[in-house]
Ligand binder design. Structure first.
Ligand code: ADP
Length: 893
């Protein structure tokens, strides 16, 4: 009896063998020796991943339980291959011309590159496939146990999950190594495909060997076997037409939609021509796989004690009859079926998860961390690897949580019905231009929801949906019973779910498609998908004709500029030894061109552009992401440039303004100096003249003496005042004043100002409004009073009325305290009204002795106090307005 360790050793040797095969295939592909890898036979054999451990072990189990029904699972795909090969051909052509990487990518690209749809399909695929991966792990574990049992009477509790864990780990490792070696533009994995083709042979050989042994070794020939079948329960088996048709349809739909099938059928396909071979060879393969199922089941039922698991007859029959070698071969067949399924499913799912979920999140998170496209590729690889580990890990988790009890076939069919929900969106998308994103989304989600509710959740067991919901329906509504929706009961649960989910799916798909309008991108993609045979003229090589070179030239001119592009093309044409301007688009040249372009537009964009023109192919999701990444960088860069240039022009403007101001100031300074020397000179001249007279002229009368001395004194006082004013102004202008904030009543302030200014001869009569002036101020009272004194003094000095009068009006306007000083003189002419606030500006004819600084000082003071002083035109006499912000003035208590 072979020991468990021996079996593990066989397993490991087999796995190493697979690694070696994958490695050599991969190396040959790298060296360009891909001819034998691309043989139609390899393609056909790779399709055999359809037959998983479920088929290998489960078909016999199914035959033992429900007779010939298992045949439907083979019938569906055979029908597709034979009768629907034109659908497949279209899918393969679209896959190649649009560089489709997964079933989610196909649906998303068709409907305007909608990532939302891609995410939906991805989630559906992950939910639909996880139990299936768990199933494979379960079957390997079960088969291990079969061998373990005789030697170890009570297998350790941990053995199951232990085996499953190692198997899951090994599969993830294999997939990571060979499934993500490179991000080849076409997503082909020669190593994996080759390994799978070998596994296909192993499982077929194993099943045939067991079958031959059963028919000729145990039953004694074909005739006896047939007699045995007739005599068994299976002989009287009755066909249920509805279920038969339903299951055939279901497996046909699943065959097209299963992520792993799409991977080998479309993504890994190199040549549409292979379909021709596969269309007869694959049904033949399925026929051989199903040939001995019934005999094995019948003999198993006869031979083995009642209650043995029929799912394991393929193993247990040889073991029970002492055929150990055969049992090990059969074990390897099952192992092959399981591993090949998990590997391809993990590649297919991880591509979807990574492209549509992980990468978009990654790009959003690192949105502003400008990364070169190399980094993106690196990130894509990493996210693929993580996704593979995640997908296999999820399968393992499901396996260990579910305990692995359910019959193999049930899980498989539930999964089939789930992924089949993609069918309407897929077929509608490639045959009907009117199909829209909304339609696809509505169909998918409604179909998926019904599948979840009527099939998936009930299949998990009592935990997911309570018994009450199962028996009485959701919210107690009997027409919402999961297995008798809308009151249609008595149907087989699987058929019931398939029927309803598809009905809703198709109805929603069509009605929403008809009711919604496709976006321009959707229209474009729709046309390309539906009319793919018009657009893509068969396999195209990277090399093209003159027409393409011209297009390349036009594009290069646009990006590099005409002279540079022409020089590049001419140089290349010369190097190729041809005459004229246009070189042949050799791979070398295309590479050079791509490099040149990538300097300007980024590597990914350049690749996509050249690819568009030369290959006529569309851009893959990775390319798009890289392009988006580069575009974002460029936009960011140009935004930065724009900000900088804005800043520069702002600085230039500020400099220009500062320069103008400086010039103006310099002019003012000159004028000021002239003015000041003039102002100083006048009193100085008289002081000098009269002091000389006093000194030199003898015999002056006492009266004359006094007169000249007082002139000198007056002039000296004037000079001092002038210098005081100048000093004051300069302090104010430089902003060096310290405000001395105090509180005081406005009326007191005005009283004091009037007394100080109106001192001496021909005083001006002042009219005031007492009650309005009862306001408490909180400001620099001395400075404000200086302004008032100046205004009152001006009225006294310059008002030319016979009976000079000054009215002081206090009012409040929109948060401002306003004090107007209006006299009854002849006022100030319009053109002088602005001027009077300038330094040394004097406009009236009256020689009142002022230097023209009073109003300039007042304006500076008011600015410092946060208010302003202005001339009020239209009053006849001179009118000035002093306005203070209200918060400086507090209402009198
Ligand atoms: P000054 O120190 O010479 O009084 P101001 O700056 O106070 O100078 O006034 C500037 C000029 O404005 C005065 O020279 C005068 O011509 C004119 N001015 C000021 N107040 C009045 C007024 N109330 N009536 C007529 N002219 C006035």
């Amino acid at each position: 009896m072979i020991t468990l360790n021996g079996l593990v050793a066989v397993c490991l040797t087999y796995v190493v063998f697979l690694f070696v095969i994958a490695f050599f295939a991969e190396r040959s592909a790298l060296r360009g020796q891909v001819r034998w890898l691309k043989a139609p036979l390899v393609y056909t054999l790779s399709l055999s991943i359809y037959c998983t451990a479920w088929t290998f072990y489960g078909a016999v189990g199914s035959a033992a339980r429900s007779g010939f029904e298992y045949l439907t699972i083979y019938l569906g795909p055979s029908l597709v291959m034979v009768g629907w090969w034109w659908i497949l051909r279209k899918l393969v052509r679209i896959g190649r011309s649009q560089r489709i990487t997964s079933v989610a990518d196909l649906v998303s690209s068709r409907y305007g590159k909608s990532n939302l749809l891609a995410i939906c399909v991805t989630i559906l695929a992950v939910i639909g496939t996880t139990p299936y991966i768990a199933l494979q792990l379960q079957s390997v574990t079960l088969s291990f146990e079969v061998f373990a049992q005789p030697g170890v009477p009570s297998p350790e509790e941990g053995l199951r999950s232990y085996t499953a864990l190692w198997v899951a780990f090994g599969l993830a490792l294999f997939t990571v190594i060979f499934g993500t070696r490179n991000l080849d533009a076409n997503e082909r994995h020669h190593g994996v495909v080759m390994a799978i083709a070998v596994e296909a042979v192993v499982k077929l050989a194993a099943l045939l060997a067991v079958g031959i042994f059963v028919v000729w070794g145990l039953s004694g020939g074909v005739a006896q076997t047939l007699a045995r079948i007739d005599a068994s329960e299976l002989g009287s088996w009755q066909m249920d037409g509805g279920r038969w048709a339903g299951l055939t349809l279901l497996s046909a739909a699943a065959f097209l939609c299963l992520p792993r099938m799409f991977q080998v059928l479309v993504v890994e396909s190199d040549d549409e021509g292979h379909l021709r071979t596969a269309s007869w060879a694959f049904p033949l393969y399925l026929l051989l796989m199903s040939l001995f199922v019934v005999p094995i089941a019948v003999v198993g039922l006869d031979l083995l004690p009642a209650g043995s698991n029929p799912d394991l007859f393929v193993l247990t029959v040889p073991l029970a009859t002492g055929q150990e070698g055969l049992a090990v071969l059969s074990f390897l067949g099952g192992f092959s079926s399981a591993t090949s399924m998990v590997i391809v499913a993990a590649i297919a799912l991880s591509t979807m998860v990574s492209n549509h979920i992980v990468m978009p999140i990654f790009l959003r998170l690192t949105g502003n961390g400008a990364s070169v496209s190399g980094d993106v590729r690196h990130a894509v690889l990493l996210s693929r690897r993580l996704s593979i580990t995640g997908v296999v890990g999820l399968g393992y988790l499901y396996y260990s949580l579910s305990g692995g009890g359910t019959a193999l076939a049930t899980i498989g069919l539930v999964s089939f019905a789930g992924v089949a929900q993609v069918l309407p969106a897929m077929l509608g998308g490639i045959f009907w231009r009117g199909a829209t994103r909304m339609g696809a989304l509505a169909g998918l989600t409604s179909g998926f929801a019904i599948w979840l509710y009527t099939l998936f959740l009930p299949s998990i067991g009592s935990g997911a949906l309570s018994d009450a919901i199962m028996a009485q329906g959701l919210f107690g509504l009997s027409w919402l019973r999961p297995q008798a929706l809308f009151g249609i009961s008595g149907l087989d649960p699987l058929l019931h779910a398939f029927l309803w989910s598809m009905t809703f799916n198709v109805t929603a798909f069509f009605s929403f498609s008809l009711a919604s309008f496709p976006s321009p991108l959707e229209r474009l993609q729709g046309a390309q998908f539906v009319n793919v045979f018009d657009h893509s003229g068969g396999p195209r090589s990277w090399a093209g004709g003159v027409a393409q070179t011209e297009d390349l030239m036009i594009m290069a001119q646009r990006i590099l500029g005409a002279p540079e592009a022409q020089a590049l093309f001419e140089r290349e044409a010369h190097r190729q030894g041809g005459r004229g301007l246009l070189p042949d688009p050799t791979p070398d040249f295309l590479e050079t061109l791509e490099k040149e372009l990538s300097g300007s537009v980024g590597a990914a964009t350049a690749h996509a552009m050249v690819g568009q023109i030369v290959g006529g192919m569309s851009v893959s999701v990775e390319d798009l992401m890289a392009v988006a990444d580069e575009t974002a960088q460029m936009m960011e860069y140009s935004a930065r440039l724009e900000t900088q240039s804005n800043e520069l022009s702002r600085t230039a403007r500020q400099l220009r303004e500062a320069n103008q101001k400086l010039t103006r100031l310099s002019v003012q300074k000159d004028a000021f100096l002239t003015q000041i020397s003039h102002e100083l000179r006048t009193p100085m001249t008289s002081i000098r003249a009269f002091s000389e007279i006093l000194r030199d002229s003898r015999g002056l009368t006492a009266a004359e003496h006094i007169k000249y001395a007082s002139i000198i004194q007056d002039e000296a006082i004037r000079l001092t005042r002038l210098l005081d004013d100048l000093l004051d102004l300069s302090v104010l202008e430089n902003g060096q004043v310290n405000l001395n904030l105090r509180q005081g009543l406005l009326c007191d302030l005005l009283d004091r100002a009037a007394a100080a200014a109106n001192d001496g001869g021909h005083a001006v009569r002042i009219r005031r409004n007492g009650p309005n002036e009862q306001l408490m101020l909180n400001t620099d009272l001395d400075r404000l009073s200086q302004v008032f004194i100046n205004l009152i003094a001006n009225a006294r000095k310059y008002c030319d009325a016979d009976a000079p009068e000054l009215e002081i009006r206090v009012s409040e306007k929109t948060g401002l305290l306003v004090i107007d000083f209006i006299d009854n003189g002849s006022g100030i002419s319009v053109e002088a009204q602005d001027l009077i606030f300038e330094k040394f500006a004097r406009v009236s004819d009256r020689q009142a002795g002022g230097a023209g600084l009073g109003l300039a000082i007042s304006r500076q003071i008011m600015t410092r106090l946060g208010g302003e002083i202005s001339y009020l035109p239209g009053y006849g006499g001179a009118a000035f307005r002093v306005a203070l912000p209200r918060n400086f003035a507090l209402a009198a208590q």
